[in-house]
Ligand binder design. Structure first.
Ligand SMILES: Nc1ncnc2c1ncn2[C@@H]1O[C@H](COP(=O)(O)OP(=O)(O)OP(=O)(O)O)[C@@H](O)[C@H]1O
Length: 344
């Protein structure tokens, strides 16, 4: 659907040119929920705004269904933009209009006849669960309800894609969850492509099918969410993942077991084992002890699931000869386990 090729964006800054995007290559597929995650200043908003040319790239091309958007004359670009809905962190509702009238606005701007507007607004209110709030003003509804209005308004003109700019960052965790469920539901029911940017891995975990990790204007890692969650390659991705999967070893526990492993000298090691799929269900540590002269002291573990794929991590202190530990590591690798040595 969208294809970005070599997209760059620079801004003039106080201390010289700021590079917000640098050589972005990206494909976003029809019907998927595509997430972009990164720290503040990574270039997420700029990337999202490049998709509808609210920001014109300084380099590269932005293709929508094979059509180069940067080459379109203004009227054609306006027509394309009508098919790209957008929602925002702070909702951007008109305070003087009711819920129903906020949703009606893009239809009125598109010249839809009045009777049709009213029927369409009713459909949209029902879709986002706000029928009872139709005559309230933004000041009289909650943050989550405001975002529902934002979503209904963005869907009014039946867009092909919905761009979400930190759509849940201003919401509490429970409301965030309900908005993410609504987005997932809309994606499924309408087969609507959704592109969302966020700094929260839990948002990616809850709704995205694929994810790109952005750092300093570059994509450092991208792929299916299950793959990125279970086998992250980049340090930044691992750091971001720790926010959701909490696999930090409590310091006191780490110190006790590290002291034990240090006492074993070259006959000891501290490993973090990353597992996914079938490996999660297998009694790996028991098998390890029966196959090799290696004892495993389990230190820490968690298990989770993302897009139906179970994954987890175990931290264990291993005791055995160097040769046995090497054999054990090789065997675990054949079982699809990734091993990371932790300093004792
Ligand atoms: N209009 C602008 N003028 C100058 N610099 C800009 C402009 N827009 C963005 N930048 C700079 O480009 C870089 C990327 O900004 P961007 O807002 O895309 O990042 P972000 O990942 O969305 O950050 P945040 O999560 O804080 O919104 C930053 O260094 C920012 O200061």
């Amino acid at each position: 659907m969208f294809r970005l090729q070599g997209v760059g964006k620079t801004f003039p800054g106080k201390h010289g040119t700021v590079t917000a995007l640098d050589g972005i290559d990206l494909d976003i597929r029809e019907g998927e929920v595509f997430g972009v995650i990164g720290r503040s200043g990574a270039g997420k908003s700029t990337l999202l705004r490049v998709l509808n040319l609210l920001e014109r790239p300084s380099a590269g091309s932005v293709l929508l269904d094979g059509e180069e958007l940067t080459a379109l004359p203004a009227p054609a670009l306006r027509a394309v933009r009508r098919r790209i809905g957008m929602i925002f962190q702070h909702f951007n509702l008109l305070a003087s209009r009711t819920v129903a009238d906020n949703i009606a606005l893009p239809l009125e701007l598109a010249g839809v006849p009045r009777a049709r507007v009213s029927a369409r607004v009713d459909e949209l209110l029902e879709l986002v669960g706000l029928t009872a709030q139709r005559d309230r003003y933004p000041a009289q509804i909650s943050g989550g309800q405001k975002q529902r209005v934002g979503i209904a308004r963005a869907l009014a003109n039946e867009p092909r894609v919905l761009l979400c700019d930190e759509a849940t960052s201003a919401l509490d965790p429970e409301t965030t969850q309900s908005i993410l469920e609504l987005l997932a539901d809309i994606n499924r029911r309408l087969n609507l492509t959704i592109v969302l940017i966020t700094h929260q891995m839990q948002v990616i975990k809850a709704v995205a099918h694929r994810v790109a990790v952005l750092e300093d204007g570059r994509i450092v890692e991208a792929g299916d969410v299950a793959d990125v969650f279970t086998a992250p390659r980049e340090t930044l991705t691992r750091t971001l993942l720790r926010e959701v999967i909490g696999d930090d070893i409590p310091p006191g526990v780490h110190e006790r077991v590290a002291a034990l492993a240090r006492g074993w000298g070259s006959r000891g090691a501290l490993w973090r084992l990353s597992l996914r799929g079938e490996a999660v269900d297998a009694p790996l540590l028991a098998e390890l002890s029966s196959l090799f002269s290696v004892r495993a002291h389990l230190l820490h573990g968690y298990i989770d699931e993302v897009r139906g794929v179970p994954f987890g991590s175990l931290v264990a202190a291993l005791h055995g000869s160097e040769a046995d530990l090497a054999d054990a590591a090789a065997w675990l690798t054949t079982r699809g386990v990734r091993i990371e040595e932790i300093a004792a």
